[in-house]
Design a protein around this ligand. Structure first.
Ligand SMILES: Nc1nc2c(c(=O)[nH]1)N[C@H]1C(S)=C(S)[C@@H](COP(=O)(O)OP(=O)(O)OC[C@H]3O[C@@H](n4cnc5c(=O)[nH]c(N)nc54)[C@H](O)[C@@H]3O)O[C@H]1N2
Ligand SMILES: Nc1nc2c(c(=O)[nH]1)N[C@H]1C(S)=C(S)[C@@H](COP(=O)(O)OP(=O)(O)OC[C@H]3O[C@@H](n4cnc5c(=O)[nH]c(N)nc54)[C@H](O)[C@@H]3O)O[C@H]1N2
Ligand code: SF4
Ligand SMILES: [Mo]
Length: 739
C-alpha cells in the first residue's frame, strides 16, 4: 500500500467503469474514497483518477424533480421518499388509464444489476422491457443458443492459451476489451495466427497475420465464401459434421452460391485472401472466432452471426479446449430465475411491442431456451438480454401511440438521446411522455428531458456479483467500499434499492424480501453453500474441473440435439433456415439513387479511450487529452472535398447532419467514413434547445431506425453501414467552447 493510503481501510470492489470488471482494492478513510489499487489492465486510463471521477462535482447527489416545463432545466431537490411516493402514484394512474403496458423500462450496456428491471416490470404487468440488448451481444447470444444450444462466450480469455488461430470479425479489443487484447498478444507470441476482418485499420488489424479489409455490412458473404472454400477443398471435419450436425447437404448446396470470386466482388476482399483465410482457419486448429459490434450492428446481423457460429462447426472446433467452448451454467440461482418470468400474465406477454421479430420475442426466447435447458439444466443468459421489446418501435409507440400509447418510461443506466439510433425520433418520443424517470450518476441529455432524475450509487458504493448473465460458470464478486449516504453531501441509492423502493410502493412487498442486494446474493448463492462475503474473499469462483465435449453424452441443446446448419428453429418461425447474404438496405449497390447524393459508406461507433460510450465527458483530464469528436476519412477522399486533417467536417445522411473533426487514415477504404459515437458536451447548457449540445456531434442524429431496415428475425438496428456525404464545415458552424 502506498504511503498516502496509510491508515486506510481496504475493501475489495468490482470496477464498472468499463468492460473487464476488474477487482480493485479501494482505500477508504472516514467513509471517503482515497484511491484504488492499480488496474490489472495495462493502459487503463481510469484507476488513477478514481477519486476525481467518484467525487466529480457534476455527480448527482440528491433526487431531483422537474419544476419547469419538460426540458427547461429547472429542478428542485426532493427526498427519496417523496420521489418514490410520487412516481408510484403516477405509475398507478397510468396503469389504470392505459394499461400496464403503457410503462416501458429501458436499459443500457449492463453497467448495473440487470435482473431487477425485469422483475419489477413483470410484477407491474408490462412486457415492454427494452434497450441495447438487441444490438449488444444479445443478438449473438440468441443465434449461438439457437444453432449450438449454448453461447460460447468469448469472455473466457484463458482459452486463447490453447488456440492456434483466432478469427476477429469486427472486433477491436484494444480500446474495447483489454483482457482479450492481452490474451491475443500472448497467443500471438506463442505462434497463434490472428485473422482480422475490419473495414478500417485498428490495433488488431495492425497486429494480425492477415487483415481482410471488408466492405462494411458484407461479413455474411465473406464467411459464406470461407465456408465454400473449406467444403470445396475438403478441409472440413468430416467426422464431426457427419455425427454432430444437422443439414450439411443443404448447407453445401447453399454454399455453392458463394464462390470466392463472387464473394470478392461483394466484399471487396481479394479472392486469394478469402481462400488464404479459409485455409488458415481450417488447418490451424483449434481455432476460434470473436465477433464484435462490426457484425452485431449490421443491418443483416442474423446472417452474419449465423455464419459466425456455424463456421467453427464445419471445422469441428466446438467445445474443445481452445476452440468454441460451451462452458455451461453456474450452480447457483440464476438471474433468469430472479427475473420472475412467470409473474407476467399471458395476455400481457402477448403485448410486447415488436414481437414479430420472432427470435427476440418471448416465443422465440422460450423455445430456444427450453432446448438449452433440456441439456444444461439451466438457461443460458436471461430475458433482460434476449427477450426484449423493440426500441425503435417502443419510441414510435411513445411518439405516435402506435400500436398503443406508451406513456411512461423508467431508464436506468442508459442515455438514449446519445446512444439510440435516430435520436430525432427518440427526442420526440421522450417529449411526449407523461412520466419519465431517469436513474443515473450524472445529468445527461436524456435526463434533461425527465420528470425525476435520481442519483445512482457508483461501483465503490455497492455490492456486486457478476457471472456474465449465466453464460459461463465463472462468478466474481466485489463489495461496497464507501457509504451511499454522506449527510449534508449526498444521498444515493444503488439500483437494487431503486427497484425495490418503487416496487414496495406498488404492492410488490412480498417479492422484495431482501433488505439489500447482499441478502439477495446470499439467497442466490445458497445452493453452492457460499455466502456473498465468502465469495468476495475468494474474489472468484470457477469449477475445479472443466468438462469438454459434453455433447457426446447429452447431445446439443438444440431441437435436433445437433449443431443446426439447417436451423429447424428458423424454419419453425418462418425464416430461411440456411444462412445467406443480403445487401444492406442503404448501400451503393442496393440504393444507387441515394448513393448519387450520399456517396460514402458510413460506419459509426468504433471504440476509443478514455471514454466509454457517452460517459466521462465531464472528466476534465480526459477532455484535455481528447477534447473533440473525430471522424476518420481517407486523405484522398478528404482532399477531394478540400478537407485538411484537423478540419471540422459536416457528415450528413438522409436523416440529418453533425460535425466532427477530420483525421486522415491512410489504410481506410477511400469510400468509407467512420464517425465516433457518444459525443455530447456537459459544459454546454442543459436546457433546450441545447441539451448539452446533443445535436452537434452525436452520430445517432445520422443513424437509421427505419422499421423496414431492422433485422427481420432479431430486430437489431443498423448502426454501421449507411450512406453519407461529407463537406468542410464553415467556421460559424463550430460553437463548441473547448475547440
Ligand atoms: N451509432 C452508434 N450508436 C451506438 C453504438 C455504436 O457503435 N454506434 N454502440 C451501441 C452499444 S453496443 C451500446 S451497448 C450502447 C450503450 O448505450 P448506453 O448504455 O445508453 O450508453 P452509456 O453512455 O454507457 O450510458 C450509460 C449511462 O448509465 C450511467 N451509469 C453508469 N453506471 C451506472 C449505474 O451503476 N447505475 C445507473 N443508474 N447509471 C449508471 C452513465 O452515467 C450513463 O449516463 O450504445 C449503442 N449506440
Ligand atoms: N473504450 C470503450 N470500450 C468499450 C465501449 C466503449 O464505448 N468505449 N463499449 C463497450 C461495449 S457496450 C461494447 S458492445 C464493446 C464493443 O467492442 P468491439 O466490438 O470490439 O468494438 P467496436 O470498436 O465497437 O467495433 C469493432 C470494429 O468493428 C469494425 N467494423 C465496423 N463496421 C464493420 C463491418 O461492417 N464489418 C466488420 N467486420 N467490422 C466492422 C470497426 O472498424 C471496429 O474496429 O466495447 C465495450 N468496450
Ligand atoms: S476502468 Fe476498466 S480497465 Fe480500468 S480498472 Fe475499471 S474495469 Fe478495469
Ligand atoms: Mo454494447
Amino acid at each position: 500500500m502506498s504511503e498516502k493510503y496509510e491508515g486506510a481501510e481496504v475493501k475489495r470492489s468490482m470496477c464498472f467503469w468499463c468492460k473487464p470488471r476488474c477487482l480493485l482494492n479501494v482505500y477508504v478513510k472516514d467513509g471517503r474514497l482515497l484511491g484504488v489499487s492499480k488496474s490489472p489492465i495495462a493502459g487503463c486510463p481510469r484507476w488513477k483518477r478514481a477519486a476525481e471521477i467518484f467525487y466529480h462535482p457534476a455527480r448527482l447527489r440528491y433526487p431531483l424533480k422537474r419544476v419547469g416545463e419538460r426540458g427547461e432545466g429547472k429542478w428542485k431537490q426532493i427526498t427519496w421518499d417523496q420521489a418514490f411516493d410520487e412516481i408510484a402514484e403516477r405509475l398507478s394512474k397510468i396503469r389504470d388509464t392505459y394499461g400496464a403496458e403503457a410503462l416501458a423500462v429501458e436499459h443500457g450496456t449492463s453497467r448495473t444489476y440487470e435482473e431487477f428491471r425485469y422483475r419489477f416490470a413483470n410484477l407491474f404487468g408490462t412486457p415492454n422491457n427494452f434497450g441495447q440488448g438487441h444490438i449488444c451481444h444479445g443478438n449473438s447470444a440468441v443465434v449461438a443458443c439457437m444453432v449450438l444450444g449454448w453461447w460460447p462466450y468469448w469472455m473466457n480469455v484463458e482459452k486463447l492459451e490453447k488456440t492456434r488461430c483466432v478469427l476477429m470479425i469486427g472486433r477491436n479489443p484494444g480500446p474495447s476489451h483489454q483482457t482479450i487484447r492481452d490474451g491475443l498478444k500472448k497467443a500471438r507470441r506463442r505462434g497463434a495466427k490472428v485473422i482480422a476482418v475490419d473495414p478500417r485499420p485498428s490495433e488488431i488489424t495492425k497486429e494480425s497475420d492477415l487483415w481482410l479489409r471488408i466492405r462494411p455490412g458484407t461479413d455474411a458473404a465473406l464467411l459464406l465464401g470461407m465456408m465454400n472454400v473449406i467444403v470445396e477443398e475438403d478441409l472440413y471435419d468430416k467426422e464431426f459434421v457427419e455425427k454432430w450436425t444437422h443439414g450439411f447437404d443443404k448447407l453445401r448446396e447453399r454454399l455453392k452460391e458463394y464462390p470466392p470470386s463472387k464473394v470478392s466482388e461483394i466484399t471487396r476482399v481479394p479472392e486469394e485472401q478469402i481462400v488464404k483465410a479459409a485455409r488458415i482457419y481450417a488447418i490451424e486448429k483449434p481455432s476460434c472466432a470473436m465477433e464484435g459490434m462490426g457484425v452485431a450492428h449490421q443491418p443483416n446481423s442474423l446472417n452474419a452471426l449465423l455464419c459466425r457460429y456455424l463456421l467453427p462447426a464445419l471445422v469441428g472446433c466446438i467445445d474443445i479446449e481452445g476452440g468454441e467452448e460451451l462452458m455451461g451454467p453456474a450452480p447457483f440461482i440464476t438471474e433468469h430465475e430472479a427475473e420472475l418470468p412467470d409473474a407476467l400474465p399471458e395476455e400481457q406477454k402477448k403485448k410486447m411491442i415488436g414481437s414479430h421479430f420472432r427470435l427476440f420475442s418471448r416465443e422465440g426466447y422460450e423455445y430456444i431456451q427450453r432446448n438449452v435447458e433440456r441439456v444444461w439444466g439451466k438457461r443460458c443468459d436471461f430475458q433482460g438480454a434476449m427477450c426484449l421489446a423493440s426500441a425503435p418501435l417502443v419510441f414510435r409507440a411513445m411518439a405516435y401511440g402506435d400500436p398503443y400509447p406508451v406513456k411512461a418510461l423508467i431508464g436506468v443506466a442508459c442515455n438514449p438521446m446519445v446512444t439510440m439510433p435516430n435520436v430525432r425520433l427518440v427526442y420526440r418520443a421522450l417529449k411526449n411522455l407523461e412520466l419519465y424517470v431517469v436513474v443515473d450518476k450524472f445529468m445527461t441529455p436524456s435526463a434533461e428531458l425527465a420528470d425525476y432524475v435520481l442519483p445512482a450509487a457508483d461501483w465503490p458504493e455497492r455490492d456486486f456479483m457478476f457471472n456474465y448473465h449465466n453464460t459461463t460458470p465463472l462468478i466474481i464478486a466485489g463489495e461496497a467500499a464507501v457509504p451511499k449516504v454522506m449527510p449534508g453531501e449526498y444521498d444515493r441509492r444503488d439500483d437494487y434499492e431503486f427497484w425495490r423502493g418503487l416496487g414496495i410502493r406498488l404492492g410488490q412487498e412480498e417479492y422484495w424480501p431482501w433488505e439489500n442486494v447482499r441478502e439477495y446474493y446470499n439467497w442466490r448463492l445458497k445452493p453452492m453453500g457460499l455466502t456473498f462475503k465468502e465469495l468476495v474473499k475468494m474474489g472468484k469462483w470457477f469449477p475445479e474441473k472443466r468438462e469438454f465435449r459434453k455433447y457426446e453424452k447429452t447431445g446439443f441443446g438444440t431441437p435436433t440435439g445437433k449443431v443446426e446448419f439447417y436451423s429447424t428453429i428458423l424454419e419453425r418461425f418462418g425464416y430461411d433456415p440456411l444462412p445467406k447474404y443480403e445487401e444492406p438496405p442503404e448501400s451503393p449497390v442496393s440504393s444507387p439513387e441515394i448513393a448519387k447524393e450520399y456517396p460514402y459508406i458510413l460506419i459509426t461507433g468504433a471504440r476509443f479511450l478514455p471514454y466509454f460510450h457517452s460517459e466521462f465527458r465531464q472528466v476534465e483530464a480526459f477532455r484535455k487529452l481528447y477534447p473533440y469528436p473525430v471522424c476518420e476519412i481517407h486523405p484522398e477522399t478528404a482532399k477531394k472535398h478540400g478537407i485538411e486533417e484537423g478540419d471540422w467536417v459536416w457528415i450528413e445522411t438522409k436523416r440529418g447532419r453533425i460535425i466532427q473533426r477530420c483525421r486522415y487514415v491512410e489504410d481506410l477504404d477511400p469510400d468509407v467514413v467512420h464517425a465516433q459515437h457518444g459525443w455530447w458536451f456537459p459544459e454546454l447548457p442543459g436546457e433546450e434547445p441545447w441539451l448539452h449540445g446533443v445535436w452537434i456531434s452525436n452520430v445517432n442524429v445520422l443513424t437509421d431506425d427505419d422499421p423496414d431496415h431492422i433485422d427481420k428475425a432479431l430486430g437489431s438496428w443498423p448502426l454501421r453501414t449507411m450512406l453519407c456525404k461529407i463537406y468542410k464545415a464553415e467556421k460559424s458552424a463550430i460553437s463548441i467552447p473547448l475547440s
